[in-house]
Structure formats: structure tokens, C-alpha cells
Ligand binder design. Sequence first.
Ligand code: ATP
Ligand code: MG
Length: 604
Amino acid sequence: MLAMRASRLFFRTLREDPADAEIASHRLMVRAGLIRKVTSGIYAYLPLGQRVVRKVADIVREEMDRAGAQEVGLPIVQPAEIWRQTGRWFEYGPEMWRLTDRHGREYALGPTHEEVVTTLVAGEVTSFRQLPVNLYQIQNKFRDEVRPRFGVMRARDFVMKDAYSFDVDEAGMAASYAAMRRAYTRVFHRVGLDFRPVESDSGAIGGKVSEEFMALADSGEASLVVCEACGYAANVERAEGVPTPQEDAGPEPEKPLEKIRTPGVRTIEELVRGHGVPIRHTAKILFYHASYLGEGGPGRRELVAALVRGDRQLNEVKLKNLLGALSVELAPEDEVRRRTGAPFGSAGPVGLAGVDRLVADHEVALGRNFAVGANEEDRHYLNANAGRDFRPTETADLRAVAAGDPCPRCRSPLAGRRGIEVGQIFQLGTRYSTQLGAYFTAEDGTRRPAWMGCYGIGVTRTAAAAIEQRHDAYGIVWPISIAPFEVAVVPVHVDDEAQRHAAEEIYRTLLAAGVEALVDDRPERPGVKFADADLVGFPVRVTVGERALAEGSVDVTDRATRETVRVPLPQAAERVVERVRQARRELALRADRAEAALEAQAAG
Ligand code: ATP
Ligand code: MG
């Protein structure tokens, strides 16, 4: 649909911000009449909002098709059995919406589709000749988020594009992954985002290699570290810590263990301040409950003590991955006291009893002479050393990397950024294909599991992310490619015959040239119409007013810069068409250039 008359459009703008909106995109999507809340985390999309969603989806669809993926339609309602086969019926937890039919059979509302698509492929693919194949769909997904917020950014019902690739071997999987990575790069350039792919944790879905596409925005929920020197970028959940020495001069010799009186000391800060211990010679201990997956249900639980240097924070995702646990959460103080007998503020690794495991970050394992709690009220040890005074069951990279830390690739200092995760791509390996029987007969006659990848884009979240990046005091500033309409033609007074006529003329010429245009033919005050055009954020506004018209001209305003030029009426439509085409070309060109750069990189 190219055309629209505002007098017929089902929309209403609001002058007031919705009370529950914490971020700009949420505020503006409601105020501009794009969405309305139905209930917590669940939204209705009004015509203007739905157009944006469709335009994002169309771009995604074009790029998926271009990359050779094939669109399918998979059911939203999925039987519990296939989720039980992968163990995720339990593993997915309370985020999964579950329902029961009249016969008492259980189902999930799809939060994602690995189980369904792998089962489908298992039934259809028998030979290597049918591979590779990449299947995608664009559909509503359901997740009962703990904290739905930020409007459609973290909703319980949202639109996702999900794709799943199946290959004969690991190299094939890597090639499919690379093709999706290129397609994602094109998509996010085409929708006008300032974004960056970052290394990421693959979470509960499995697999080893994964990247998230992050729209850079201060309001983003993800924290990232990026290296401006070498290009390394990672989600902090994943970023590798480089152990840094305690002293520039190199490691001290081990000193004798010494117990000291530390009345009232419960924190690292108090230990440093009150007893003059350099912070790099302190280690803090944290106690976690780790829960594991059992046979299709909850398994064992462990009490785990984890050590990181006093100047570091522990990264819970790394801890969870090290343990292979389903979840980790801080253990309550009374339980720690009961199991270990140690007071919380003076617990430490030397002579620690009652825990199932003691894990240590590399810096604690490699460092020397740490001040630690002595497991007695008001006592600490000085000069505790791993190996000599305590023995971790495992040592690993456990610390949370922060801005200023060295880059794991080139050692330059990392910068901190915030991002909105708009997409994620994974190399899954053969987990799902073996669990669900997606085997094929290889060229040499052997039966092998397919190598899989999966690839998601948050379609509705992408629209919100674009607003986070592009808005001003007046409203949304859409990139041309996903604006609900590219041009708004505004006759200042519709009851003025000359204005109405000139506006109609321009409107029709724009439509004929394939420009998506809306004419604001409402009998509203000019101020209201201008404010609405700015709020909704049409990239170009053509204003047909009395004074300009008297000199045979109209005003053309650029939404982003708010600059207006006066253009003679006979050239107006043509000039606007050219402007729109130019803006479209810029985004397309960015996508082409980025893709060419990726190809050049891959070629070496
Ligand atoms: P998040 O970490 O933000 O919860 P996720 O990693 O669980 O997201 P994926 O399973 O990777 O999400 O889903 C693919 C994409 O779907 C995400 O990159 C994101 O853009 C989008 N998405 C995920 N959850 C939501 C949600 N609750 N509301 C809107 N979009 C979402
Ligand atoms: Mg994700």
C-alpha cells in the first residue's frame, strides 16, 4: 500500500507520555499511535505500527531469500513430546507458555523452533543430496519474560524471524553461518541501524560459536566491550578476561601464611582501608547454589564457592558454563553459615568445609599472597596461596571483563558500550539432530547427524531499536526504509481549494513514482498537523501553505535536520521523489559496501 489519507487513517496521537514508559521508543511508539498495550508485555499494532513491522519483515525476507534460505510456516502450538526429547521442556523453565488441550495433552506456545524444525527435517531428509538446506519463518513468538518492559523491546508476544540451517559437516555449517552473518549485516544496514556484531555466550540453546548483532544505544540492556584498536567486540557475558599481574615487577615469592585480627571487617574495601592490603592481594569468595538438569527434570544442587580477585566482579554466566549448570544463584547467608560454619564476612578458601566445590578465577590461582577470610569471626589470613594453602577444584576465567581491561586479542584497553540485541546467530553442531533423529546417508554410505545453525532477528525489537537511535524532542526520526510512509503531504488549510488541489496533485505524482505518501487532509489546525508529522516521523514533509502558494511554491522539510527549502510547485514532486530515492540508495549502498568488505575479509 503506497497511499493513505490521514482523514481515513485509524490513528490517534497522544500529547502525554504513557506512565509505564521508561525509554524513548516505548514512549514514542505509544504517543505516535503505532502501538497500544493490551496487557503486560502484549501489544496491538495499529496501522502505522504494523506498516513499520511489515517493512522490517520485508527487508528481512528479501535478504533471507537472497541468501538462499526458504520460507516455511511452522506451528505456534508445539507438542510437549519433542521438547521432552531434547530436555528443554524442563530446561526452558517458566519463560515457556504452556497449555493443555481437552485431552490433557501438553503443548508450548513456540518461544523458538529448533525442536519443530529438526523433527520436520528428520522426516524429510534422508540423503546428503538434499543438503544443505536453510529454512526460515517470520512469526510471533511467545516468552513469558520475568520482566516484560520497554514496550515491544522486551515483550511476551513479539515477531521474530528464525532460520535453521542443516549441513552435511562442520565446514558446511560454518559456511551457512557465514552466509547468514552477511545477510544480517545487510539487513541491519538496510534498516538504518548503527550496529555491531559481538561475540556472545550461546546460553541454553547450545553450541560453541555465537554472535549477537547489537544496535548501539545507551538505553540497551546488554553491556559490551569493544576494542577500537583491533575490532574485537564481545558481550560482557562472554568477553575473555586476560589475567593481569599483581605487580609490574613480576610475581612476589610466597610468604608465610599469617592469621590477623580484623575486628568488624566484612568487605574487601574495609580490608584494604583498615589493614593496608593492596587490593590486588585480596580475594573475595562468593557462594552459589548451582542447579543441574536431571533426567527430564530437576537434578542435583550444589553449594559452590567461587574466588575472584578483590578488584574484580564475578561473571555468573562464566561460572554457570564452567559448572555445566542449568542455573546459578547466590546462596543465602544463613545456609552458607550452616553448611560451612563460616561467618559470611570472614569466609575464605583456607580450611573451608561444607562446599561441594571451590572454583577460582585464573588471577587468584596464578597470583600470590592473598588476604582472605579465615572462616572465624574477626579473623583474616594474609599470604594465602593457591596450591599451598587451598586447592581449587577448578580454575577458569571467571571474572567479569570491564571497560579499561586489556583486549584479549591485542591488549589495548577495551571501551564499554551498551547495546540492544536485535539478532543472534549460532553454530549449533549436532545436539538437536542427534536428539531428534535428523540423520542422513552420507556420500560414503554412513549415517550421520546434520550439522545445524540457528539464526534469529527480533523484527519488532528492531523497529524499537531504530527509534532508540533516531529520535529528537519532537518525535521519531525514521530511516527511510522502515518509515510508515516516506512522505507526508500537508495542506495547511484543507478548506482552501487551491491548497487542497496543489496537495492532491503532488500526492498523486508521488504515488505514481512509487513513493509511499500520506496526505494529511484532516480539518485540523496546522500546528496539530505539523506536530503529528514530526511525532510520527515521516522522513519528508511537503507543506502546502497559503503564502508559499501565492508565489507558486511549497515547502519541503527534512525530518532529520528539520531544514526547510522552498521549491517551485511544478518541480516539487520531482524533487521529493529524487530525495526519497537518494535516501533509499544510501542505505542500500551501505549494505552493499559492508557485504563487499566481509567478502574481501573472507578472501583474506
Ligand atoms: P534477550 O537476551 O534480549 O532476552 P534472547 O537472547 O533470549 O534475547 P534469542 O533467543 O536470541 O533472544 O531470540 C532472537 C531475537 O529475538 C533476539 O536477538 C531479539 O532481537 C528478539 N527477542 C528475544 N526476546 C524478545 C522479547 N522478549 N521481545 C522482543 N524481542 C525479543
Ligand atoms: Mg539471543
